[in-house]
Design a protein around this ligand. Sequence first.
Ligand code: MCA
Ligand code: AMP
Length: 504
Amino acid sequence: MANPLFDSLFGKHAGKSQVFLHLPDGQTITYADFLRMAAQYAGALTKFGLVPGDRLAVQIAKSPQALAVYAACAQAGVIFLPLNTAYTPEEVSYFVENSGARLVLCDQSKHAGMVPVAKACGAELATMNADGSGTFADVAATMPDSFATVDRSLDDLAAFLYTSGTTGRSKGAMLTQGNLLSNAQTLVAEWQFTQDDVLLHALPIFHTHGLFVASNITLLAGGQMIFLPAFNVDQIIEHLPKATTLMGVPTFYTRLLGDKRFTKELVAHMRLFVSGSAPLLAETHVQFEKLTGLRILERYGMTETNMNTSNPYAGERRAGTVGFPLPGVELKITDSKTGETLPQGEIGEIEVRGPNVFKGYWQMPEKTAEELRPDGFFITGDLGQIDEDGYVSIVGRNKDLIISGGYNIYPKEIELLLDEEENVLESAVIGVPHPDFGETVVAILVPSPDGQPDLDAIKAHIATSLARFKHPQKMIVMPELPRNTMGKVQKKALRDQFKDLFTG
Ligand code: MCA
Ligand code: AMP
């Protein structure tokens, strides 16, 4: 027996003196250092009582130590559940409860707020701060720096990533070792990653893009990462000369293009810029090439599936498309109503099947059955089209979703809160174009017959419930919502009406 994910990404680097991580202050961490730290963390997980298959929920700052917690979970067979650091305790409590996490790691500054959350869910609580210190590290320091890797198979669960739905609460996407490993192997080959690569890492590591795409690929190839705590234009410009590749959401690229220091000379040595998580405007693609002579490689993925398609590394990277299905991934365009495959060129629902597709939603068999067909095809909720050359384009969404700066925001979650506010009869939350974030959140409120809503009070309430990035950037009061003859709110009409709010 073995542990395919751990062995392939981490175990094979044990004892290597090669640098794995470069930190902004000039410090470096070798593969050997990193693996010793991970082994101590795996020991600490065991000490906290976690056994293979248990869930570890983490809401901690991005750091080498945070990445080592992921490695430790793989080594100990524990399911890794990373959470956005922007989530409020109210949001976190749902994830902890729903997943049945046995242990929660949080920053010391959030500890007081998390005590009742952990207690209510029967989970243990330990701290890990941005510098790696905290009660978890204290326990780890008492553990040996080697750990007997737990046997796992490709079908065993490696991670839960929560993703919201158009109705109801978030669902825990169950990702297996095989899902993560197969996708990393495919991408290393497709994007030609080697141990000579230095990836400039500025994405968060609580989502697929920064964790499974950027980090797993680098680990599998045995490369290095310049590991920045977050995206910051000054830091990117400072470190680009030492990197070979950068992965980002479109906001990264629009911000860089807006800075005079971002020049052709600065990136002349770079071999690859990847964009994903949200649509890259064809205009950004063209502007980037004009300035640098390089074409951004756009790819398309989802939490449930990792990466599905990619523009080619060697062939033409076509603006406005997400390229071809990756090797091993089957992709078809279907009629949303009948599920029948549509003729080439027609617009329909994108469905995908392959070793990358998740196992289902944690303890939600009905939700799983709604989106994952018995034959293994996953219904993505994205609307797409395949051109005569085989390039896939995403032309819309069959799901009510806003993507702001690469973060997914589900209008329903916000509407449910707004509808409960005093003097709000009903609400509609829409995404409108935004120059920095691509899309941003606007809330339309209809007053109740009793009076006008108090917008300041509503803002204050929302702040305690929802992460900052989900807050409406504007709230607009309207006498009624546009509806069709069936009584359904016409969000498209609202989006058209307010499309120039931030870009006009
Ligand atoms: C920060 N803010 C945001 C966002 N990020 N508001 C809306 N949308 C956001 N994405 C808030 C901050 O709280 C702050 O609020 C204000 O906006 C301005 O913050 P700023 O400093 O400008 O933002 P930032 O900290 O620079 O962050 C912007 C960012 C970041 C770099 C684009 O959001 C980011 O790293 N996004 C990447 C997300 C990602 O990894 N997605 C991948 C998901 P205030 O000032 O009012 O307090 S995985 C995925 O989607 C699939 C699988 C895939 O295909 O990859
Ligand atoms: P999530 O499940 O949170 O990871 O978000 C996945 C969604 O992001 C997909 O279903 C798409 O709607 C969107 N997405 C990811 N990559 C792209 C892309 N390159 N272009 C357009 N949308 C994308």
